[in-house]
Design a protein around this ligand. Structure first.
Ligand SMILES: [Fe+2]
Ligand SMILES: [Fe+2]
Length: 148
């Protein structure tokens, strides 16, 4: 599988978690927590392993757009989980609705503009490192995205 395809699959898996929560918000809190954890890890791997070499390769402008949207996505995840922790389902649903709309806009840019470069613009060792992380890497404890 190419790096682009693996990252697009992560997008789909995360979307599926959010949609599952949306379909049954009263009892699907765990699936939302799973999706949020996967989305934080996904943003980490992009900001730690994918974006730095792409900035070097000349994609600074689109990477900046992605970083700013990650900051907004991060705040919506925090809002959704805070509502969940407080037992407030409706505010959690509202935050997840905003999150899903933003992810739609984010991913429809990221997939055609950024991801094709993941398979062409990384050095072999950078691609290997990213590939390894996709398979078995964990996000460092307490990490937050650049514009959180
Ligand atoms: Fe992203
Ligand atoms: Fe992504």
């Amino acid at each position: 599988m190419t790096i682009a395809a693996a990252l697009e699959r992560e997008h789909r898996d995360i979307d599926n978690c959010l949609e599952a929560f949306r379909g049954d918000p009263g009892t699907a809190a765990d699936v939302l927590r799973t999706g949020v954890a996967a989305l934080r890890r996904h943003i980490y791997l992009e900001e730690a392993f994918l974006f730095p070499p792409l900035r070097t390769a000349g994609l600074e402008m689109p990477v900046q757009v992605m970083l700013r949207e990650h900051g907004q996505i991060w705040q919506l995840m925090d809002r959704a989980l805070a509502a969940l922790d407080a037992g407030q389902v409706d505010p959690a649903v509202a935050a997840v609705d905003e999150l899903m709309a933003l992810l739609e806009r984010h991913n429809t840019k990221e997939e055609p503009v950024i991801y094709p470069h993941a398979d062409t613009d990384l050095l072999p060792e950078q691609a290997d490192q990213l590939d390894l992380f996709i398979g078995m890497g964990g996000m460092p404890e307490g990490w937050v995205c650049e514009y959180a």
